[in-house]
Design a protein around this ligand. Sequence first.
Ligand SMILES: Cc1cc2nc3c(=O)[nH]c(=O)nc-3n(C[C@H](O)[C@H](O)[C@H](O)COP(=O)(O)OP(=O)(O)OC[C@H]3O[C@@H](n4cnc5c(N)ncnc54)[C@H](O)[C@@H]3O)c2cc1C
Length: 496
Amino acid sequence: MGCGHTCVPRRSASAAAFRSAGDGGSRLEGCWNSDILNFRRQIANALRGGRAVARQAAHRPCLLGHSGEERGAWEAWEHMSDSADLVIVGGGIVGCSAAYFAAREGLRVVLVDKGEFGFEQSSRNWGWVTAQVKHRHMLPLSLLSLEIWEGLEEALGESVDWARAGHMHLFDKAEELVQAEEEAAPEGIQRRFYDCDEVKRLLPGIAGNWPGAVHVLESGQADPRLATKAIARGAVTSGATLLSGCAAEAIDIEGGMVRAVVTERGTIPTPKVICATGAWSHRFLRPLGLSVPNTALRLTVTRTEPADSISRTLFSAGVADGTMLAVRQDGHGRFILATVGAYTYDVTHNSFADLRAFWRLGWRNRGYGSFGIGRLLPPAWRDVRNVEPKPRQAMAKRNLRNLIELFPTLEGLGIESVWGGNCDMTPDQTPVIDALDTPKGLIIATGLSGHGFALGPGAGKVVSELAAGKTPSVDVTPLRHARFAAGEAHPLDAWP
Ligand SMILES: Cc1cc2nc3c(=O)[nH]c(=O)nc-3n(C[C@H](O)[C@H](O)[C@H](O)COP(=O)(O)OP(=O)(O)OC[C@H]3O[C@@H](n4cnc5c(N)ncnc54)[C@H](O)[C@@H]3O)c2cc1C
């Protein structure tokens, strides 16, 4: 397996390699080149592994491009030395944030990703950084994350298109507004209630007569295509080593303790590992005898061409076809649109396990979902390097139509891009963040259940603190892994 020698890298070499990878100029070109180089493998995979792999080849251009990162990974590996204090598996926003903070704690950190950093959920989401999360026990993590988001651009020295203008939900029934007004605001969250005139003032040009809206002031937004890459670059600058195109295949355990991470390139001895593998966590941890119930729902996102600025406040509103539209306008005037709650569940080799763990959540959301076919056999890690989930084009068009119905002056606006993303989810829609007793040295940070862009920086900080043997900034006991086996999963309606 691999080159056989393992190590912590010469930092300057890996930093240079990563920086060249982050060069946006050649993104698309890199993507095509890489696709051509991988053409034979993709065809073989498509034949062997089913439709999901075929999708990988079929939906170009990819969001971020490959830009030489794989070559960077090989170069960095050549410069590795003996061991790492901490290996992080998975370079989404959680893993990259963990690498950033752990390196700043003084740990020798290696972060590996099977594909590119931030290529999966972390670059494909809507970019909502909402303060008010699904469950009360996620609130401390949310507030910690918001604090980090607020100072992120300054800390990293680059823009992530951060704007903090809150998020607003428009009510189409007066009684819903009254009910929301009666509910107490969660501690640390400020809400304002508006009447129709105020809604029209805040969202100039909106059609219809809205009974009112609630505005959560703390929420913000950022560009997912920028944020995770920027944090990854910050991790490199802080001393971490990042290896893309380097799938972790196993964790070596001896005497109940983590000894090493086995990757497709070689083995990295380490006493600590953070598993931040997003939607792949169940698959990655199962060989250790750990069951982390974590499924994936395929979502569709639409981005329009730039338009005149309406608002940087995120908002959601019920629309004429009975769905709810989520709207974010970015710093360039483009709208990022999605239908709230609409998902496709792809039946895979994991579906039997999902059925047991997720039937309650699935039944509750049965009106929003449709079914697809995913991989029926578990693929090899290297065969799922950069997965491009297939978006639902009809939904993308419907989202744009609904936006124009809300804002008739946008008539004629076109779609710039449409993409899919596999959103990972636990049965109680609450993350698993935990330093396990057995095996000692394994820290899990996964299952951020549709909140991970908002919570990712805080989750990364907390697990870096756990890895450094410190008391975490917020109490993550309610997010412990054992809650599922103990029958103590959180009730689905815990939050008002
Ligand atoms: C369409 C969509 C919209 C969303 N909208 C929002 C939103 O508006 N706000 C919000 O807060 N959240 C949102 N989310 C959720 C959010 O994007 C995720 O919760 C968050 O990005 C999860 O980050 P992560 O780092 O845990 O996982 P990911 O970003 O999925 O990263 C996991 C990484 O692990 C790597 N990996 C997996 N297995 C291995 C292995 N064996 N070896 C090496 N690497 C491995 C993968 O390649 C991947 O890069 C949305 C998600 C989707 C899909």
